[in-house]
Design a protein around this ligand. Structure first.
Ligand SMILES: Cc1cc2nc3c(=O)[nH]c(=O)nc-3n(C[C@H](O)[C@H](O)[C@H](O)COP(=O)(O)O)c2cc1C
Length: 200
């Protein structure tokens, strides 16, 4: 379905896969979209570790993450429940939680918002706006699977961080790009991060 998106909120939670979040943020801003961003406390830990940003304060890690994105981004503290993404009247056109921890997937499915990322997702569901969750965990327990099903039934698109190999990625970045390309097409955006399947 074609949609017109201008403003996307990206919630980065404490699941492995900071490279997905970085590439997605670069792709969205590169497409000229306005981006709002919030890293949870666990998200800050994982981003610092996986992107090899020196461990530092939340502010320092976030600043270095935004530098890597290389674009203007509105950053919100996860505890700031008064921030615009919390509101149905001033929120973004779409919300992506990437990567999405099982903890956050459960909170979103149950509607028990504990921080801004959960609340922005909750608002997207109630306002019938696109919500994409990019879960990363393995193996998945029945609890994880139930919560993801509930989120899907409530209207979220579940795009697991499961890169494909039919396009024969030669680098880790190309595998990352496959997942990010899938997020973009789920949002109704064009993607050029991986070639479409041409029948082999
Ligand atoms: C290095 C590291 C990697 C983690 N990887 C995952 C993961 O892949 N999936 C997951 O669901 N939780 C993972 N966790 C656990 C979450 O960070 C934890 O459940 C946290 O409470 C999530 O909170 P948040 O959703 O508010 O960010 C990881 C934690 C650390 C420190």
């Amino acid at each position: 379905m074609e949609r017109t998106l201008h403003h996307v909120f990206l919630g980065v939670t404490g699941a492995s896969g900071a490279a997905y979040a970085l590439r997605l943020a670069q792709a969205l801003t590169g497409d000229g979209l306005r981006l709002s961003l919030s890293l949870t406390d666990a998200g800050v830990l994982v981003v610092a570790h996986e992107l090899e940003l020196a461990r530092g304060s939340r502010g320092e890690v976030t600043r270095r993450f935004v530098e890597l994105i290389g674009a203007d981004v509105a950053v919100h503290e996860p505890g700031d429940l008064a921030a615009p993404p919390s509101s149905g009247s001033s929120g973004p056109d779409a919300v992506v939680v990437c990567p999405c921890s099982m903890s956050s997937a459960a909170h979103i499915a149950l509607g028990t918002s504990r921080h801004l990322v959960h609340r922005a997702a909750d608002v997207a569901l109630k306002e019938r706006r696109p919500l994409v969750l990019v879960p990363r965990e393995t193996p998945l327990s029945s609890i994880h699977l139930r919560r993801l099903l509930e989120a899907s039934e409530a209207g979220a698109a579940i795009v697991p961080a499961m890169p494909a190999f039919y396009h024969r990625p030669a680098t880790l970045q190309e595998a990352v790009d496959h997942v990010v390309g899938k997020v973009l097409t789920t949002l109704g955006l064009e993607q050029a991060l991986f070639p479409p399947w041409d029948g082999g």
